[in-house]
Ligand binder design. Sequence first.
Ligand code: OSB
Ligand code: MG
Length: 370
Amino acid sequence: MIKLERMSLFLVELPLVSPFGTSFGEERTKHALLVSLTADGLMGWGECVAGSGPWFSSETVETARYIISEYIKPILSAHKLLEHPSDLPKLFSPIRGHPMAKAAVEAAAWDLFAKSQKKPLFQVLGGVREEIPAGVSVGIQPDVPSLLSTVENFLSEGYLRIKLKIKPGWDLAPVQAVRERFSDILLSVDANAAYRFADLPTLKELDRFGLLMIEQPLGFDDLLEHARLSQELATPICLDESIDSAHRAWEALELGACRIINVKQGRVGGITEALEIHRLAMERHIPLWCGGMLETGIGRALNVHLATLPGFTLPHDISATRRYFREDIADPPFELRHGHIPVPQRPGLGVEINWDRLLRSCTWSRTWKL
Ligand code: OSB
Ligand code: MG
């Protein structure tokens, strides 16, 4: 039993080492909302995966700050005694939507709980791996030559799978160029919902490149057209944006809308919900992998622990810290070892907040006694 004492929120801004371009825009700065919970001399940390604007999802760091401050904090104050972090989703269920806000607080509770058990988080979750295979997501580049050299650099660092961001006008030519140059690599694409069903001829062309998957080609909340598209393509469809809960994952699998799922614990409302998706996927032999949202060391550590579960069998969008940040707010940085990231072995997330860097990058913070 944990007795929650305090909660803090921190808004931080960290410069990205290079701009990250997707079909919905370009990010130069990482905006993160961090949550800490304290109990009995221990502090647990969570990171909200919402972005600076409502582009990937309707949530933003600002909507999450509001929902946590006004609606989640009072729930925690009324339920200070926590038996297990997986009790939180039920307490948060009167709040409709806002999965990323809920997940950030639940994440802090998981870190705290694992620390109270003096165990690394992956052991508490039932993870079975001591290192996880790393893939990298390559943003939209100014031209094909820069794309080829970017991909070449990542491959020389050891990444085991390359994911190319695509959009109409930046699809067949860059994918073909990368496939011709690197004929035997694991390659996938992510459209972030940039196509319509009427783009079927272009999407069908992608079948020529031996891709591992096509991630979220159609509408961000669509299942039915993805199911229809799936019938037309040889390449497996993977859903990201469309899966915002375990129930949606179940609907997607029943409909045949995807053959692979990208799990982001924040997008689906937390670790407990992600564990339920893991259970569903294992039952149906659906491969999973862990997606990323340009997380700082806090969210990155959580993804690494989650990715140790048995059903996570494909390389993840979990890359080394230095792929995004020169200096992170958590230590030590994650590094690649033969294309894999070692799982932290210390209690909880197994990373330490660097208070100096946190306070330097913090633009707002608040602490409540619960
Ligand atoms: O669609 O997977 C995505 C980053 C931000 C928002 C959405 C996505 C991404 C990525 C990068 O692809 C994943 C990462 O390296 O963290
Ligand atoms: Mg994606």
